[in-house]
Design a protein around this ligand. Sequence first.
Ligand code: GN1
Ligand code: MG
Length: 375
Amino acid sequence: MAELSNIVSRFGIEGEVVSIEPLGSGLINDTYKVTTAGDAPDYVLQRINNAIFKDVALLQGNIEAVTGHIRAKLVAAGESDIDRKVLRFIKVKDSGLTYLEDGGKFWRVSVFIPDAYTYQAVNPEYSYYAGKAFGNFEALLADIPDTLGETIPDFHNMELRLSQLIEAVENDAAGRIDGKEDGEANPDDPDHSQEVLDMLEDIDKYGVEMCKAERLHRDGLLPKRICHCDTKVNNMMFDRDGNILCVIDLDTVMPSFVFSDFGDFLRTAANTAPEDEPDVEKIHFNMEIFKAFAKGYIESAGCFLTDVERENLPYAACMFPFMQAVRFLADYINGDTYYKTKYIDHNFVRARAQMTLFHSAMEKVDEMKNFIDSL
Ligand code: GN1
Ligand code: MG
């Protein structure tokens, strides 16, 4: 707490800090709520994980460009309550930057949005609003004058994710496929090696099909646009009445295929279970959520989507659970070096859950296509 208070005091915040408590459930950054006394706003303090986001200056540059552009549009449209509709970052007092480097750690502070709610799951009505909001987010950014960099290069490149998995298997750094290279196997680490091999075989069957986006892009048929790239359902804030306030967690806003935003929302929202559900029987792809989200998304993004983008939205709905399975499995095999985990085989359980969701979505591709054609 002393370290955190000291960090916060170097930002130009208002009010006197009364507490700093952990906030949220992100898998990458560390997030805290900073509560202040009296009428001053509360704040969100985040330690940016710079092992993952290696270029924090570029990252914050993107975020400032995006929030500035959206803010200007909200002002021009005469909107009220703008600080609840777009994030506002606080500058460091002595540098004027929106991030602070201190002993190799990177920090930032934004205004906490009061009376706002995030959800781990949504009903079809909220899903429709979310579709509209993410489509609108992309539409608002379609004319941004700044060139944004890729905060994690090739973040949603399926070909790269598969090659990272192959590399992980070749190294088998944690001995999770072939047993410990040197020393004893950890008796507390359940042996999933056979299930991992089966999962790898299953992934191999669909690998080529799931890399369609990269091929379309190389053939000049699929553009990159500014996307959010982490449209997990819990990255959307709603007010008390269920109206969308804003989209949060902007670290991965970068040029990508629209499939990123469409697919990643459904990966979390259309799953009938959490992304790390241990009981695979509970995992299904919910078509009611798909339909509501697709309708909202196409209503606001339809004005700029090309035929290729629109036709491939069902593919995106399948590709994202598949990509996430590949990422979780690679991290499991690497010995959990990327995602925060809560128990020893958490990444294995996550990968298995995502493959289950992938298969459920694949069974519904025709139904998805028919629905999109009907809009
Ligand atoms: C990470 O930190 P969080 O939970 O918002 C990850 C996403 C994954 C997600 C899986 C930078 O997001 O890509 O989809 O976990 N973010 C990064 O839950 O890798
Ligand atoms: Mg998040």
